[in-house]
Design a protein around this ligand. Structure first.
Ligand SMILES: [Zn+2]
Ligand SMILES: [Zn+2]
Length: 132
């Protein structure tokens, strides 16, 4: 199955030709700010399965922590993925820009200790105060 996604302005399009794994909702303050949302739903993807179909030149990076690079669209600001200096073979993919159903579903909430006070978790997935 090939997954495809795009940013808000459509300038960036990508394809993923392998499975997404380890899907979770992250409530940490960095994810909340990056996405301007209550939480970020994230999965792991093999870098070798990633192909930027269009808009490579629009990709901009921000080093949010040492060795951790948030990649986003320089035109519209959509969060595309995260790259790690220590683990270049894996990207962390926020699911929000996918245009196809990845099939996988989140299995837990992490960093709920930093959860937005205005958001209530109403599902039965396990919750972890920090990383879990
Ligand atoms: Zn864009
Ligand atoms: Zn986070």
């Amino acid at each position: 199955m090939t997954l495809s996604g795009s940013c808000l302005c459509g300038g960036i399009q990508y394809e993923i030709t392998g499975p997404l794994t380890d899907v979770y909702h992250c409530h940490c303050s960095m994810c909340r700010k990056l996405h301007a949302a209550a939480f970020r739903t994230c999965a792991k993807v093999q870098a070798s399965d990633w192909r930027t179909v269009k808009g490579e030149a629009l990709l901009k990076t921000f080093e949010s922590s040492p060795g951790e690079f948030k990649v986003f669209c320089s035109t519209c600001g959509s969060s595309i993925h995260t790259r790690f200096t220590e683990k270049p073979e894996v990207y962390a993919l926020p699911l929000g820009t996918l245009d196809t159903d990845p099939g996988v579903r989140p299995n837990r909430h992490v960093f709920v200790g930093n959860k937005a006070p205005w958001f209530e978790i109403t599902d039965d997935l396990p919750q972890f105060t920090e990383n879990g």
